[in-house]
Design a protein around this ligand. Structure first.
Ligand code: HEM
Length: 377
């Protein structure tokens, strides 16, 4: 073969390689991604990202990455290329552009645990419907009357169970309190009853899996959580069937006033959707509130003057109630708790209750003049 023949023979391959190289370069030039580390193939940095850390900090992973790459960096998490943002400006921009540039998108593993009808997984009209149903249930009137009364009853129940000079875990007590409150409001379940305790036990296993690495292998927290999810759903299903039976027989009682009764009466959701809604509300309400309560206790301990001011505010309300001969807390009392509200706001500002939110970019996004391929944030 002559030199000319050899060049002609190799020309298509050389041109193809050149084309691939140019396209590759263009693709990367087009996406002005932030710095970062994509970690190991397939798993990326997921395990380091999920490593537990104190809710009073942002964790070792975040601290080290921010130091190295800044507040916005790229990574590979939960099987997807991801941009992580600890930047208040970008976070505000993302949430302000919800539905336009970004949409809620949690890792598939979370969908597997919370269910495909969970509000954290749904988008669009179905998400709006689920949100409306939940918001209508938590109406202002209900908060003022039932929720406030139940809140007081459950608080007293926990406080009265404490023995003088005994040691207890604030976090466990906060979890007990919020679980009992949620179980009551969602399915009219009473604290201390065997079925409530059984549900609580399964829920603890379920919860450990929600925040674990999504490995569906024998013995993993994720696999155990999936098993607990089925047990919990069977339990809710049973409750739902009992309730439908009672409703058919016209047995209208206080039970119908819980979320299960509300959804059955006021929505067109079908069985599987109701089960996921109930489970995800139990999760959303319990995990967040219990951590916030435990954190408030933790922060207050370091600030005796705030404890003093809090105590004075509550004693003042108690004195006024005693004078008027009233017993139960009402909405007016709640509105007087201005300093208490400040303590709650400060706790939520300092504490890390919800550690990350997930969003998917619907198109290429320009932020601060740079075009970035923000697929997952
Ligand atoms: C300190 C208490 C709480 C905190 C810090 C908190 C925080 C949050 C955050 C950050 C989100 C947004 C998630 C996202 O968009 O990706 C969220 C959503 C949600 N939370 Fe809470 N939450 C708290 C209490 C509760 C309670 C008590 C309930 C119910 C009884 C609840 C029900 C929900 C629901 C249903 C959603 C989904 C809303 C939607 O997707 O439209 N949360 N919460």
């Amino acid at each position: 073969m002559s030199d000319t023949e050899l060049v002609l023979f190799l020309l298509p391959s050389i041109l193809s390689l050149l084309l691939i190289f140019i396209l590759f370069q263009r693709k990367h030039a087009r996406f002005n991604l932030p710095p970062g580390n994509m970690g190991w193939p397939f798993i990326g940095e997921t395990f380091a990202y999920l490593k537990p850390y104190s809710a009073t900090s942002i964790g070792d992973f975040m601290e080290k990455h921010i130091l190295r790459y800044g507040k916005i960096y790229k990574s590979y998490l939960f099987g997807e290329p991801t941009v992580v943002s600890a930047d208040a400006g970008l976070n505000r921009f993302i949430l302000q552009n919800e539905g336009r540039l970004f949409e809620c998108s949690y890792p598939r593993s979370i969908g597997g645990i919370l269910g495909k009808w969970s509000m954290l997984v749904l988008v669009g009209d179905l998400h709006k419907d689920m949100r409306t149903i939940s918001l209508n249930f938590l109406s202002h009137a209900r908060l003022r009357t039932q929720l406030l009364r139940e809140m007081e009853r459950h608080t007293l129940l926990v406080l009265n169970s404490w023995r003088e000079n005994s040691i207890f875990s604030a976090q466990d007590e906060a979890k007990k309190f919020t679980f009992n409150l949620m179980a009551k409001h969602i399915m009219s379940m009473d604290p201390g009853k065997p079925e409530t305790e059984q549900l609580k036990k399964e829920y603890v296993t379920f919860m450990k899996g929600v925040v674990s690495a999504p490995l569906n292998l024998p013995g993993t927290a994720y696999r155990k959580a999936l098993q607990s999810r089925s047990i919990i759903l069977n339990f809710i299903q049973q409750k739902m069937e009992e309730r439908i039976g009672k409703m058919k027989e016209g047995e209208e009682n206080l039970e119908g006033d819980d979320l299960l009764g509300w959804v059955l009466k006021h929505s067109n959701l079908y069985g599987e959707q109701i089960l996921d809604l109930i489970l995800s509300l139990l999760f959303a309400g319990h995990e967040t509130s219990s951590v916030a309560i435990a954190l408030a206790i933790y922060f207050l301990e370091a600030c005796p003057s705030a404890i003093q001011q809090l105590r004075e505010e509550h004693l003042e309300i108690a004195r006024a109630k005693k004078q008027s001969g009233e017993k139960e807390l009402n909405w007016e009392d709640y509105k007087k708790m201005e300093f208490t509200q400040c303590v709650i706001s400060e706790t939520l500002r300092l504490g890390n209750v919800v550690r990350f939110l997930h969003r998917k970019a619907l198109k290429d996004v320009h932020y601060e003049g740079k075009e970035r391929d923000y697929n997952n944030v």
